[in-house]
Ligand binder design. Structure first.
Ligand code: PMT
Length: 218
């Protein structure tokens, strides 16, 4: 395989996770998978052996990519860990931070007079932080940060707290970037400083981000 990422193993996570409450209901994050799938497609096109761990999304598998489908944060955690060792990990998935404390085997019924339902949630494992502190840590660990404000401050906090090498922060909750849109703007921060990629198509940004990854590995 030729390309500037030939010989490298790249693991990408993409899409949301769904945390089941009962057989018919779940809680989850918003994500179409477009950003992560674009990164996996670009990595494979550039010659990397590419493993894509995908939450529930309606996207075709990019050419040359090995896809592993999962549903929950726990399944995504297990699939990412099983894909190590790798040279690069890119965590573009919108992993649910909380999951129901218990799964109800039967559909939870509405009873007359009920005013609501109190759901107990517990924290999920942090996949990105666990990859970054793994004994077989990839040479480069890239996280995403989905933020509604203070992009760079929040991304810097994630860079340090999760011990990752690079963070790509994007604004969510506005049209034309973040979840579901075809376009995005990435504020990429690493120890060397920051730069803004875009606004541009997610497919274009995927290559621009991998240019930074390739430069860090040289
Ligand atoms: O899929 P699209 O519709 O194209 O949208 C793309 C996107 C907005 C989902 C994507 O660009 C993005 O920002 N992904 C990260 C979303 C997110 O959950 O961000 P966060 O700030 O909550 O998490 C920070 C980082 O920790 C992320 O790399 C996330 O994958 C990781 N994480 C979070 C929680 C957890 N339990 N495990 C994790 O690995």
């Amino acid at each position: 395989m030729s390309g500037d990422l030939a010989g490298l193993r790249v693991v990408v996570s993409a899409g949301p996770t769904y945390e089941d409450i009962d057989p018919v209901r779940f809680v989850g994050n918003r994500s179409s998978g477009k950003m992560g799938f674009a990164i996996a497609a670009a990595a494979a096109r550039r010659g990397a052996t590419t493993i894509l761990v995908a939450g529930p999304v309606a996207l075709d598998t990019p050419a040359g990519v090995e896809r592993r489908d999962v549903r929950s944060a726990a399944q995504m955690h297990a699939a990412v860990m099983a894909a190590l060792p790798a040279d690069v990990y890119v965590g573009a998935a919108a992993v649910a931070d909380f999951t129901p404390a218990a799964f109800a085997e039967g559909k939870i019924k509405k009873t007359p007079g009920d005013e609501g339902l109190v759901l107990e949630l517990v924290r999920t494992a942090d996949i990105l932080a666990d990859v970054a502190t793994h004994p077989r840590r990839p040479r480069l660990v890239v996280g995403f940060a989905a933020e509604t404000g203070d992009l760079e401050a929040n991304a810097l906090d994630k860079l340090a707290r999760k011990r990752v090498d690079m963070v790509a922060a994007n604004r969510v909750g506005v049209a034309g970037s973040g979840f579901e849109a075809d376009d995005n703007t990435l504020h990429v921060l690493d120890a060397g400083g920051g730069r803004v990629l875009g606004p541009a198509a997610k497919t274009t940004l995927a290559d621009a981000l991998l240019d930074l990854v390739a430069a860090r590995l040289r």
